[in-house]
Design a binder for this molecule. Structure first.
Ligand code: PBG
Length: 338
């Protein structure tokens, strides 16, 4: 830690900070936080079929696509120089255990294969979770053993490990567990290491809050819980901020390679503390669906300038310490920056 010290300022009129803002070239010279397409990850929603390109109404410019549409998408990602994609699968049939998600022929496994076939060098991350695959919409196996219907943490770990393994077998470059189960990183690491995938990194959704900002995503991924909510496993926005640090520390101890804070915009303080507390640990921010949709909606009404606000938002996440930005603006932002 560097000793905090006050920047030198003799006071007005000797010091005039506006002198640093007068000339655009000087402003450019002083830019410290930079956005690069290589740090953007584009989320993609894949469902079965052929020639499917179904608009997601709450997320303008985003679609549920079939695996055959991935090649074009991946090519664009490559051309724009993005860091990669994160895949979400929407299965035809859901059941209590989310079986499609652990099936080697499941929708996301098909999507991974299609993406890797289109461009082997393009980074493919997969979201490892159950809410898109279960008929009840919760992020794991449920039962009422405790007298209340709840996600069974330890039974879910077994399934999570199988799902991650299946993704790795299909060719996923990074697996990203998002269910906020205790022990999920360790369970995945153990299984991957045992079966020849010690080289596959884990990006953990380490500090993920029970947030209203996921609304549009749940339409996109068809993953709304059919009863109750996710507050029994995702973090309470009102919890002591240090709880996020405990979550991150636990995941790192279990073998997480990259940690994520989610959502990003309302949790910039959390990003900053994780960055400061764990220097050198790759940190990702998920600029979630609601953060995207609210800007889109306001921009459509002419109330806000989308480009300015989107880039300003991404810059804030970067400045707070996130090196990796998962964002629905990935393609657009890359074009704006070009
Ligand atoms: C869970 C998952 C969610 C998101 C990413 N992974 C939804 C949730 O926890 O309900 C949300 C992402 C977004 O809102 O953009 N599989």
């Amino acid at each position: 830690m560097v000793e905090p010290s006050k920047p030198p300022s003799a006071g007005f009129p000797t010091t005039r900070l506006r002198r640093l803002r007068y000339n655009p070239a000087v402003r450019n010279l002083l830019q410290d936080t930079r956005l690069a397409p290589a740090n953007f990850i584009l989320p993609l929603f894949v469902r079965s079929g052929r020639n499917v390109r179904q608009a997601i109404s709450s997320m303008p410019g985003h679609f549920q696509i079939s695996p055959d549409q991935l090649a074009a998408e991946i090519e664009e990602v490559q051309t724009l120089g993005l860091g990669g994609v994160i895949l979400f699968g929407i299965p035809d049939a859901k059941d209590a255990m989310g079986s499609d998600s652990t099936n080697d022929q499941g929708i996301v496994q098909q999507a991974i294969a299609a993406a890797k076939k289109a461009s082997p060098q393009t980074l493919v991350i997969t979201d490892v979770c159950f809410c898109e695959y279960t008929d009840h919409g919760h992020c794991g196996a449920i039962n009422d053993r405790t007298g209340r219907t709840d996600v069974d943490n330890d039974a879910t770990l077994e399934l999570i490990a199988s799902q991650a393994l299946s993704h790795a077998r299909a060719g996923a470059d990074i697996v990203a567990p998002s269910g906020m189960m205790d022990g999920m990183v360790g369970a995945i690491r153990g299984r991957l290491d045992e079966l020849g995938f010690a080289h596959v990194p884990i990006m953990s959704y380490a500090a993920k809050y029970a947030s209203g900002f996921y609304g549009p995503f749940r339409e996109a991924a068809e993953s709304t819980p059919q009863f109750g909510d996710r507050r029994g496993y995702q973090m309470d926005p009102a919890a002591d901020a240090d709880q996020a640090l405990r979550e991150v520390e636990l995941d790192l101890n279990e073998g997480a390679d990259i940690v994520m804070v989610k959502p990003a915009l309302a949790y910039l303080d959390i990003l900053r503390s994780v960055h400061d507390r764990f220097p050198g640990v790759p940190l990702a921010a998920y600029n979630v669906s609601g953060e995207f949709s609210m800007v889109k909606a306001a921009a459509e009404r002419g109330w806000i300038d989308e480009r300015t606000v989107a880039l300003e938002t991404l810059l804030a996440m970067r400045r707070a310490g996130a090196g990796i930005l998962l964002t629905y603006w990935a393609k657009q932002a890359a074009r704006w920056l070009a």
